[in-house]
Design a protein around this ligand. Sequence first.
Ligand code: ADE
Length: 887
Amino acid sequence: MMLLLLLVFQAKTNAQVDPAHCRYPLGMEDGRIKDHDITASSQWYETTGPQFGRLNREEGDGAWCPAGLLEPAVKQYLQIDLGQLTFLTVVGTQGRYAQNLGNEFARMYRLNYSHDGLLWRSWKNRLGNQTVKANDNAYTSRINDLHPPIITRYLRVIPVSQVSPTVCMRVELYGCPWSDGLISYSSPEGQQMLPPWFPFASLNDSTYDGVNEGRKMSGGLGQLTDGVIGQDDFLVTRQYLMWQGYDYVGWKNGSLSSDYVEMEFVFDKQRNFTSMKVHSNNMFHRGVKIFSSVSCSFKPHLLANWEAEPVEFHTVLDDRNPSARYVTVPLGSRTAKALRCRFHFADVWMMFSEISFLSADTVIPTQITPVVTSGFSNDESFMPTTHNTDKLHTITCPFCSPGIQTPLATSPTTIDLPDNRHTPVLIGCLVTIILLLVVIIFLILWCQYVCKVLEKAPRRILEEVTVRLSSSSDTVILQTPPVPPRVSQMDPPYERIFLLDPQYQDPAALRNKLPELSQSAEASACGGGYAEPDVTQCTPHQCFQNSVPHYAETDIVSLQGVTGSNMYAVPALTVDSLTRKDISVAEFPRQRLFFREKLGEGQFGEVHLCEAEGLPEFLGEGAPLPDRDGRPVLVAVKQLRADATNNARNDFLKEIKIMSRLNDPNIIQLLCVCVSSDPLCMVTEYMENGDLNMFLSQREMESNLTQANNIPSVSLSDLLHMSVQISSGMRYLASLNFVHRDLATRNCLLDRRLTIKIADFGMSRNLYSSDYYRIQGRAVLPIRWMAWESILLGKFTMASDVWAFGVTLWEIFTLCKEQPYSLLSDEQVIENTGEFFRNQGRQIFLFPPPLCPPSLFELMMRCWDRDIADRPTFEGLYQALRPHVVQ
Ligand code: ADE
C-alpha cells in the first residue's frame, strides 16, 4: 500500500546562473567532497593518493602525485565526481609543499569533463586554448577563472609539464549547482551578419561543446548557457579581445529551411517546467527583434514522440525600446525530459544570448527515490541495486546561503522497486522513511516561508513606494510618510514592513535604531528641481523648497520628465510664477539659432546642435565660449516639445532656474534661454565628445596593441583625471548644498579638450532606457546608481550622490563595457538593496574592475558604506583622487 504512495519530490529550481557570484568552494578543502569521489589515473604512493589532492590540506604526503614520470605523451589525471551537475567557474591548484619537504607542482594543466562519466570533452577557453597556467611553486595556490564556465558532474584535472617530469597537485573547484538540469541543446548553427546591409558580426555559438554537422549543432552546451548576457548593442561584447556579436547566437530570417529557429533542449531527468527565459536582442533599427511567437512541444522520455498540443506563446513586439531583454515564456507546468521550441522571426534577425528554465524536479509514481543518509541505515537492501551510484547526493539548502550543501540526501536517479522477497520490515522502514521525509519537507517549507517573509522586505517597500507613486494621476511623490499633505491616517508607514521585529512596528523605534532615518522626512520635504539642497545643511535660503508654503494637494505636480529622474513635490509653476528675475541668464532671439543636427531626444523634448549667430557679441566680454578660430559658435539647445505636459514645463523652467546659478568648470554651463515664447529652449555649451559612457565604451585600455593598431584607447591616468574632474564638479554642487540625484557616466559630457562637465539630461533617457527602472509605467529611477536609502526611503542627499559617484567610478574603470550589476535583473537589484539595508553580509557589491588600482576600489567601497555618515564627502573624494593625476 505504502509503496503505491505517490512520492513526488519537487524542488523549484531557477537557473539563470550568475557566474560572477557562482564561485563557492565545492568541498575539496573542507571535505564535503568525499575521498571516494576523488580518483586518479595513478598514484605514486598510498600517501600521495587522489584523496590527498585537496587544496590547502597537508594530510598524507601532502598532495596527489601520479606514478612515474610525466611524459608529454602520458595523460595522468585527478578525477573529481561532484555528485550532481555543477556550474564550474573557477579552479584553484597548488603543488606539494608538505611542510617544506615537497617541491613538486604542475606548471600547467588541462581539464576534461563529463556529464555522465562516459563521454569526456576537453575544455577550451574562449580563444580555443586548452592549457591553463598553474603553479610556479609548491605552496602558493593559483586560482583560474574558467571562461567559459563548465557545466559538468565529473572533472579531470590533467597536469601538463614540459619542465619537471614529477608533478603533484592539490585542487579546489568553485561553482554552484546547475539546477537548470539542462544537459544539451541543439539548434541551427549561428550565422554571420555581413555588410553592406548590416555591420559585420559573427553570431556563432563559439563555445558549443557538442557536434556541428550539416549546419546543425547538437548534443552540447555553449554560449546560451554560459551565464553571459549580451548587451543592448549586439556589436559590443562583454569579453575582451572578442569579435563583434560575440555574446549572441543569431540567425537570419529566410536563411533556414523554415521561418522559425527550432531548438531542442534535453534535461538530466524529467522535470515540471514552469517557464523558459530567453535573453534576446531587440536592436530593431538594425533589423533585430525578439521572436514574435514560440511554440514548445514536450517529450516525457527521449525515445517517446513529441506530445500533441504544444504550448504556444506570443510576445508583445516592441519597436520603441532597443534594449536587450529576457522574454519569459510560460510552459504551463508540463512534465518532460526534452523540449522542442520553435522561435518565430519577427524581423530579419533573431539573436539570443542566454536561455534558462524554471522547473521543478519530478519523480514519477512508479518509481521511488532512495533516501540514503548515513544516519538511516547501512543495510545493503536499501542501497540502490542497479544504475544508481554509490554516493550521497546533496541538495541545495533553500534557506542557507548559496553553496552550502546539506547532508540530506536525495538521489536524482530513480531505481526499481524492491521485489516481493521483501518483508514487512522493509515496508515498515519505508513508512518510517516517508514519515521522516514528510517532517523534513514540512521543515523546509516552514523555513522557506520564513525566508520569504524576510526577503520580501525590500519588495514590500518598493510596492508601497509604487502604490504611492501611482496613487494620484497627477502626483508623483517619493518621500517618507511624515510629509503632512500626502499621508492619510490609513497609510502605513514604510517601517511597518519589518514584520518580524517588533521594534519596527513603531516608526519612532526605527528612527532610534537608524538615526539617519529620522532625517529622511525632512530630506524629502527639501526637494528641489535639478538638484535638491542637502537636508543636513539646508538653510532656508539655499533650500528654496523649504520656503514653499504648505501647499494644497492639488497644487502638487510631478517633476519627472524632461530633465531628470528627480521626483519630488513642488507647487505648480507657471512662467508667471517663475518670474524673469529668477532666471539669471539673458533671453536670446530664437531666430538666430540655426539647427544643425539632433543630439538627443526624450519623452518631452529634444537636444539639438545649433549654430548661434552673434552669440559672443550677445553674451559680451568673458563669455564662457570656447575659442572659435573663426568658426561659427556651436551650442546645444534643449527644447521642450510643444505638446509637453504642464509638469514637464515646470520641470524645464525649474532646471533653467537652477542651472542659471551654477558656474563651475566641471558643470555644464547654461548660456542663454528662449522662454518668452514657446517652445521653451535652454542654450548650453556644446560638448563635442558627447557623453562619457559612449566615449569610454568605444575605447580600450592603452597598450602596445592599441598603439600599434591605432585603436582608440585611454590610459589609467586619463581615467583618474576623469574621476578627479567629476569629483570636482560634485564638490562644487555639494558646496551649494545641491543634490544631483542622477550622477552617472551618461550624464557627464566631454568637450573638445576632454574636460568633463556634469549635466543632467533627461534626454539621455531614451538612449539609456535600460539604466532606469520604470515603476508601474510612470516614474523612472536609475536604481543601479541609487543608494539603498534612496530606493527604500526616497531619501536623496549628498551622501546618496556619493554612492552614485562610487558607481560612476566603477563604470569609468570598467570602460563602461558593462552595466552595474549587469547580471541582476531590476527586481534583483532592488532585493539587493534590502540586503544593503540589513547589512548581514549578503549584499552583492560591484566587483573590482580588473583595471582598477585596489586603493581606488577601496574608495568606491567607502562610497557604498551602509552608514550614510561614514561615506566620504566630495571634498574628501576630490582630495583623495587629485594626487593621482599626473599634471
Ligand atoms: N547632448 C546633450 N547635451 C549636449 C551638449 N551640451 N553637448 C553635446 N551633446 C549633448
